[in-house]
Design a protein around this ligand. Structure first.
Ligand SMILES: NC(=O)c1ccc[n+]([C@@H]2O[C@H](COP(=O)([O-])OP(=O)(O)OC[C@H]3O[C@@H](n4cnc5c(N)ncnc54)[C@H](OP(=O)(O)O)[C@@H]3O)[C@@H](O)[C@H]2O)c1
Length: 309
C-alpha cells in the first residue's frame, strides 16, 4: 500500500510517499481502509523532531474509512462499518490502510462525508476535553477562546455555543466574520486590540496559541477560573494568588467521546470546517500549509474515493 513516512527528522522534504506492507490488526484492533486523513500541527512537529518518535514512522493520526479486517477480541465493530478515529503513532493515518484500537474509533457521523469526518478526531477531541473534561464548562459561563479560527478553536467555539456559554473569540481580522458565523458573541482582532483590555471575569480561557497570549490570559479570569492550554508549559497544580488555575492538556484518543461528537454533527449542531483538501501524495504541501499557523479550520488528505451511497 502507499503511505507517507519519515525516515529522519527534518523539513517537509523528508516526507516520503512510498510502498509499505499493509498492517495487520492485533487483539482489540481494527484495520481501516482509509478514505481520508486529517492533518494536524502535531504531524509536522513530529516530522521536524520537536517530538521524538521511533523511526521510520507513518505520519498522521486522524482517519475516516471503512473497517476491512478485525483482530481477535473485537466485538464493537464489523467489516464494512464506516468509522472515524484518532490513531496512535504506532501505525499512522497518512496511508491507504491503518490499524487502530477499537477504543480509539467510533462510527462516522452519518450526515457528513469521509473528508469532513477525517477533520474531526484530534481537533474535536482536544476541544471537547479542554472545555468539558478539564474546565467543566457550564451554560452560564464566559469563555475566551484563543486561536478560534483554527482546527481546535473552531470546534471549541461551536461546542461552547452548543453548551450555552458566552463566547469571546480571537483571530486576525480576516477571520472575524468567520468567527461570528460560528456563533461567537464577541470577536477580537488580536492585531488591533489587546484582549485583556476587553475581556474581564472569564470563567474559562482556551489557549491554543501560547507564549505571550498564554501569559496575558491569567488576568482576564475571575478568581477560581481556569486557563487550559494545548501549547504552553505549565507546572502541575499551577495557581495564581487569586486562585486561577492553569492546566496543559495532552489530548487522548477516545472512541466514546467521538461517538458523542458524531451525535452533535448528525444533529446539525456543529460542523467540521475544512479549507483545503489535497491528495495523499501531496502531504508535503498540506504540512507546509499547516506550518503557516494560519489555517482556517482543517486541512484534509483525500486517500481513496468515497464509496457510492
Ligand atoms: N497538547 C495537545 O494534545 C494538542 C492537541 C491539539 C493541538 N495542539 C496544539 O495546539 C495548537 C493549535 O492547534 P490547531 O490544530 O488548532 O492549529 P491550527 O489549526 O494550525 O491553528 C491555526 C489558527 O491559529 C490562529 N492564530 C495564529 N496566531 C494567533 C494569535 N496570536 N491569536 C489568535 N489566533 C491565532 C490562526 O488564526 P489567524 O489566521 O486569524 O491568525 C489560525 O486560524 C498547535 O500548536 C497544536 O500543535 C496540541
Amino acid at each position: 500500500m502507499k503511505a507517507v513516512r519519515i525516515h529522519e527528522f527534518g523539513g517537509p522534504e523528508v516526507l516520503r510517499y512510498e510502498d509499505v506492507p499493509v498492517p495487520q490488526p492485533g487483539p482489540g484492533e481494527i484495520r481501516v481502509k482509509v478514505i481520508a486523513a486529517g492533518v494536524n500541527p502535531v504531524d509536522w512537529k513530529m516530522r521536524n523532531g520537536s517530538m521524538k518518535v521511533p523511526l521510520p514512522m507513518t505520519m498522521g493520526f486522524d482517519v475516516s474509512g471503512i473497517v476491512d479486517a478485525i483482530g481477535p477480541k473485537v466485538d464493537a465493530f464489523y467489516p464494512g462499518d464506516q468509522v472515524y478515529a484518532k490513531a496512535s503513532s504506532a501505525h499512522g493515518g497518512y496511508a491507504e490502510y491503518t490499524v487502530v484500537s477499537d477504543s480509539q474509533a467510533a462510527l462516522k457521523p452519518r450526515s457528513i462525508g469521509f473528508i469532513e469526518a477525517a477533520a474531526v478526531p484530534t481537533a474535536g477531541l482536544t476541544a471537547w476535553q479542554m472545555l468539558f473534561d478539564v474546565a467543566g464548562l457550564k451554560s452560564d459561563q464566559k469563555v475566551l477562546i484563543h486561536g478560534a479560527a483554527g482546527g481546535v478553536g473552531s470546534f471549541a467555539q461551536q461546542f461552547a455555543k452548543w453548551k450555552g456559554a458566552y463566547v469571546v473569540a480571537t483571530a486576525s481580522r480576516n477571520n472575524n466574520e468567520f468567527l461570528k458565523s460560528l456563533g461567537a458573541d464577541e470577536v477580537i482582532d488580536y492585531n488591533a486590540q489587546r484582549f485583556e483590555d476587553v475581556v474581564h471575569d472569564a470563567d474559562v480561557v482556551i489557549d491554543t496559541v501560547g507564549g505571550d497570549t498564554f501569559d496575558r490570559s491569567w488576568g482576564v479570569l475571575k478568581p477560581g477560573g481556569i486557563l487550559v492550554t494545548t501549547v504552553a508549559d505549565v507546572l502541575e497544580g499551577a495557581t495564581d494568588a487569586r486562585g486561577v488555575r492553569a492546566k496543559h492538556i495532552v489530548s487522548r484518543a477516545d472512541g466514546s467521546e467521538l461517538a458523542e461528537i458524531a451525535k452533535l454533527i448528525d444533529g446539525r449542531l456543529i460542523e467540521p470546517i475544512i479549507t483545503t483538501v489535497l491528495p495523499l501524495s501531496e502531504a508535503r504541501k498540506a504540512q507546509e500549509l499547516s506550518e503557516t499557523h494560519h489555517t482556517r479550520g482543517k486541512i484534509v488528505l483525500s486517500v481513496a474515493e468515497e464509496p457510492k451511497k
